[in-house]
Design a protein around this ligand. Structure first.
Ligand SMILES: [Zn+2]
Length: 217
């Protein structure tokens, strides 16, 4: 849908392709006039034509963009930045889609970035180690839980829904430290986890439905 921009657009006679704007019986046209004509071009026609052109001349269009960038990177960057600022939602969606479709590229870029910035990676790993150290001091139970996962004996704790496991889950999903979690909350969380598992098992068909109507049958 084209948005009416009073600075650029005006309403004019319906174009040959019948591009009507918002049931006005008129076409949205550019204000600037083409040489020798008393009408501006229809916005929709122009857009359709330029989209078609871009599609059929993909490489050329890209090359032109590249040249424009090389000639004046600042201007181009500035424009991009402005557009991104004005359309944060579209931008996020765009990036998300690209990442989804280019998993390998993302991995490759990350790896390359890591090679180019070994100090940053070191810094990141260092900060992570410091964070773990700090947490270990403040909250040994959480670290115990994390370690259990590392050792793969977490499954045991997980199946039994032990305090360590439940508190660990709580700590992961909230800003609480495991030492701050009151036993009542642990109990509630355990009930919630049990219910969740039961519903998941039921969905998979592992659990028979035990509603009253059926147990009476
Ligand atoms: Zn038109």
């Amino acid at each position: 849908m084209i948005e009416f921009n009073p600075e650029k657009h005006c309403l004019g006679v319906l174009c040959l392709h019948g591009h009507e704007f918002a049931n006005t019986g008129l076409s949205l046209r550019y204000k600037h006039l083409v040489k020798g004509k008393s009408l501006g071009h229809c916005v929709q026609c122009t857009r359709g034509a330029s989209l078609k052109f871009n599609d059929s001349h993909r490489e050329e269009v890209r090359e032109r963009g590249r040249k424009q960038y090389q000639a004046n990177p600042r201007k181009k960057n500035q424009k991009c930045r402005e557009w991104r600022k004005a359309n944060p939602e579209k931008m996020r969606e765009c990036v998300r889609k690209w990442r989804e479709n280019n998993v390998d590229r993302v991995r490759e870029i990350r790896r390359k970035w890591g090679e180019l910035h070994p100090d940053a990676i070191k810094g990141y790993e260092h900060r992570k180690a410091e964070r773990i150290k700090k947490r270990r001091k403040e909250d040994p139970a959480y670290v115990e839980y994390k370690r259990a996962i590392g050792r793969k004996c977490a499954a045991k704790a997980c199946n039994a829904l032990s305090d360590v496991y439940v508190n660990g889950v709580l700590a992961c999903h909230t800003s609480l430290r495991t030492v701050q979690i009151p036993p009542e909350l642990t109990k509630l969380k355990r009930i919630q986890l049990k219910a969740l598992r039961a519903s998941q098992a039921f969905k998979k068909g592992e659990l028979p439905c035990q509603t009253k109507s059926q147990s009476n049958e």
